[in-house]
Design a protein around this ligand. Structure first.
Ligand SMILES: [Zn+2]
Length: 257
């Protein structure tokens, strides 16, 4: 009995939120700020989870392709809706967003990664995700992905409300609006979430390779003065800060993919 409790307290579950091409790549339809930095840390956390055999629950947005209505990103059937390649494990199962609450028995034992599609920001608005996140027993939920001010916040607050322990890996979390993101993180912390950086979770690394995005900044190529960091400045990353990052760039062999 005591052993069981100790085990449960230590059990970690990684929740990987909206790590999709539209949010994380320069060419994406809703690219976050500083996407290069966030991608490096997401890659690092995913490699850590794989190495430590930590179960992964992934939630990703899927919106109907209504030719311009409402959402213009993460549309069903588009490239932008797909997850970044290194956020996918081979041993995975995917559930469509269909209002159903069925979950296979022993699913967490059978699969290393469970992917849920959702048609909304808050994962708890999808009955099946609500059921799993409410029922799964874990000592701590680790959150990464996008965006701090919406889906990450909704996931964190929903888990905290259900009495779960939540840790947010702040440098592996992206945002569209810096101010809103800071406010959201403060709120999560005030409600009991722990805020950590990737290095305190997964250790320090020299890995600087993004390996998913092909914009100039992510490839670490030099640019002529005044040229934006990303095509059409979609990521909102200022030229000066990306140049500083670039000067620190080291070529390295990706440790995992
Ligand atoms: Zn990029």
């Amino acid at each position: 009995m005591i052993l069981q409790m100790v085990k449960m307290r230590r059990k970690l579950v990684l929740i990987d939120i909206n790590t999709q091409r539209d949010f994380l790549l320069a060419e994406g339809k809703a690219c976050i700020r500083n996407h290069r930095r966030v991608l490096v840390h997401i890659r690092r956390v995913m490699a850590w989870a794989r190495r430590k055999n930590i179960p992964i629950i992934s939630t990703c947005d899927v919106y109907p392709n209504n030719n311009g209505d409402e959402n213009h990103y993460c549309l069903d059937g588009t490239e932008g809706q797909k997850k970044i390649r290194y956020t996918l494990l081979d041993n995975r199962v995917t559930f469509a967003a269909d209002g159903n609450t069925d979950l296979p028995r022993d699913m967490m034992r059978q699969y290393k990664q469970i992917i849920f599609h959702k048609r909304c920001v808050d994962p708890f608005d999808e009955p099946r995700i609500d059921r799993l996140l409410s029922e799964v027993r874990a000592g701590e939920f680790i959150l990464i992905g996008a965006c701090a001010e919406d889906a990450i916040k909704a996931t964190a607050l929903g888990l905290l409300q259900r009495g779960k322990r939540v840790t947010v890996v702040v440098d592996a979390v992206g945002a569209h609006n810096k101010k809103d993101a800071q406010m959201a993180l403060r709120k999560m912390q005030a409600k009991g979430a722990r805020l950590v950086e990737t290095k305190s979770l997964a250790g320090a690394t020299h890995l600087r390779m993004v390996g998913a995005c092909h914009c100039e900044s992510c490839l670490g190529r030099s640019r002529t003065r005044g040229e934006p960091a990303c095509p059409e400045r979609t990521c909102g990353e200022p030229v000066e800060s990306s140049r500083r990052i670039e000067s620190k760039t080291q070529a390295g062999v990706p440790e995992d993919n």
